[in-house]
Write a protein that binds this ligand. Structure first.
Ligand code: GAL
Length: 398
C-alpha cells in the first residue's frame, strides 16, 4: 500500500514538473510585439516606451497578439564598483517601467551583447553575464536581444587572430554563457540571438536555449533591403519550429520609403516565414493604413499558426515568386509576390497550381481583400509592382 502511494506521488510529481516546464516554455509561436530601434534608435526613452505600450493597448495591436515591448540599444548607463550596470538618465527606473508595461498585460524586453560594448557603444555584458541576467529577472524582463557587436574586436579578434574557426567557437560559447545565465534566473525570458546569421546560427542556437536568431545583417526601410533579406531565407525553413525561429529582422512596416504595397508584401512575407513580428514604427503617429496592415488578423494567423512551419519558395518566374506554407489542419497559405516592376495586363502572371502539387480549382480567401477566391490552373493574375496576393486555402485539393 505504502509502495503504491509512493509510486503515485512520484507520478504526480513528474507530471506537475512537466506541466511547469511546459508553462515556462516561451515563443511557442513567433514572438510578437514592438521594438524601439527601427524608428527611434538612440532616441528611445522611458516616456516613449510607455507611450508605445499605451498605444499597443489602445489601437488593437495587443488584441491582435503584440505582447512584447522591447527596448533596444542605448538604455545602458555605467557599471558601478560592484559591477552593477545602471540605466542612463533616459530610463530612471527600469523596474517601475517593467511594472507599468506588465500592468497593461504586456511584456518588457531589453538589449545587451556578449562584448564589452553594444553596437551603439554602451556597456554590454562581457564578464557580467550572470549578474546582468539576474538583474533583468529582478526587474521583470521577459525578453533579451543579445547582439554580437564589440565581441568581435574585444574577444574574437584578440584571442584568435587569423583563426576564423576558433573565433566562431568563442562566439558560440559566449551565446551559450548567456543562455545558461538566463536559464539560471528561473524566469521565462525569450532569448534572441543577434549575430547576423554567422556560422549557420540556425544549427546551434536552439541547442543553447535560443528562441530566435537573426539570419542576416540589418534590415532597412526600403524595398531592396526587404526583398534581399526575404531571398536569403530560402532553405532555412527546416530550422524553424515552436520555441525556435529564424529571425529575418524586425519589421519596417510604416517606416522610411516603403509604400503601402511594399508594407503589405513585407508583412505578408514575414508572416509566411513564421518570423517574429516586431513592429518598429512610431506607434502614436501611425497612419490608419499602416495600422490596418499590422493588425490584419488573418495574416497574423498565418504567422502564428500552431504547426510552426516556415514557408518555402516553390518557384519563380521572372520577378514573380510563389511561396507556400503548410498550416495546421491541412490548410495552406500561398503567396504570389511581384518583386519587379514591369509586368502589365498584356502579360499577366499565370499561376501554376501543378507546381504547387494542387489539382483542380482551389477555394480560398484573399487575406488582403477579405474576399473568397477560387484559384485555377494557369489562371492569369495581375499583381501591381511590389504587391502580393496572399491566399489561405483551408481544404486544398491535391
Ligand atoms: C545592430 C542590430 C540592430 C540594433 C543595433 C543597435 O547590430 O542589428 O538591430 O539592435 O545594433 O545598436
Amino acid at each position: 500500500m505504502r509502495k503504491t502511494l509512493v509510486a503515485l506521488l512520484a507520478v504526480v510529481a513528474v507530471f506537475s514538473f512537466a506541466a511547469l516546464t511546459r508553462a515556462q516554455e516561451v515563443a511557442q509561436t513567433p514572438p510578437m510585439g514592438w521594438n524601439s530601434w527601427n524608428y527611434f534608435a538612440s532616441k528611445v526613452d522611458d516616456k516613449g516606451v510607455r507611450a508605445a505600450a499605451d498605444e499597443i493597448v489602445a489601437n488593437g495591436m495587443k488584441d491582435a497578439g503584440y505582447i512584447y515591448v522591447n527596448i533596444d540599444d542605448t538604455w545602458e548607463g555605467k557599471r558601478d564598483e560592484n559591477g552593477v550596470l545602471h540605466t542612463n538618465e533616459k530610463f530612471p527606473d527600469m523596474k517601475a517601467l517593467a511594472d507599468y508595461v506588465h500592468s497593461k498585460g504586456l511584456k518588457l524586453g531589453i538589449y545587451s551583447g556578449p562584448g564589452d560594448k553594444t553596437c551603439a557603444g554602451y556597456p554590454a555584458s562581457l564578464g557580467h553575464e550572470e549578474q546582468d541576467a539576474k538583474m533583468y529577472a529582478e526587474w521583470g524582463i521577459d525578453y533579451l536581444k543579445y547582439d554580437l557587436c564589440s565581441f568581435r574586436q574585444d574577444v574574437m579578434a584578440k584571442q584568435a587572430p587569423e583563426d576564423k574557426a576558433a573565433q566562431m567557437k568563442l562566439m558560440i560559447a559566449a551565446y551559450e554563457k548567456m543562455g545558461k545565465a538566463l536559464k539560471g534566473t528561473g524566469r521565462p525570458i525569450v532569448y534572441s540571438l543577434c549575430q547576423y546569421g554567422w556560422d549557420a546560427v540556425w544549427e546551434w542556437a536552439p541547442g543553447l536555449g535560443g528562441n530566435l536568431w537573426r539570419t542576416t545583417g540589418d534590415i532597412q526601410a526600403n524595398w531592396n533591403s526587404v526583398y534581399a533579406i526575404l531571398s536569403q531565407q530560402e532553405g532555412l525553413e527546416s530550422y524553424a519550429g515552436p520555441g525556435h525561429w529564424n529571425d529575418p529582422d524586425m519589421l519596417e512596416v510604416g517606416n522610411g520609403r516603403l509604400n503601402i504595397r511594399e508594407n503589405r508584401s513585407h508583412f505578408s512575407m514575414w508572416a509566411m516565414l513564421a518570423a517574429p513580428l516586431l513592429a518598429g514604427n512610431d506607434l502614436p503617429n501611425m497612419k490608419p493604413e499602416v495600422k490596418e496592415i499590422l493588425t490584419n488578423k488573418d495574416v497574423i494567423a498565418i504567422d502564428q499558426d500552431k504547426l510552426g512551419k516556415q514557408a518555402h519558395r516553390v518557384y519563380s518566374e521572372g520577378e514573380v515568386d510563389v511561396w507556400e506554407r503548410d498550416l495546421a489542419g491541412g490548410a495552406k497559405a500561398i503567396a504570389v509576390l511581384n518583386a519587379g516592376s514591369d509586368r502589365y495586363s498584356t502579360h499577366p502572371f499565370h499561376l501554376s497550381l501543378a507546381k504547387l502539387g494542387l489539382h483542380g480549382p482551389q477555394k480560398g480567401r484573399d487575406l488582403w481583400s477579405g474576399k473568397d477566391v477560387t484559384l485555377s490552373e494557369n489562371m492569369p493574375i495581375e499583381i501591381a509592382s511590389h504587391d502580393i496576393l496572399l491566399v489561405r486555402i483551408d481544404a486544398p485539393r491535391f
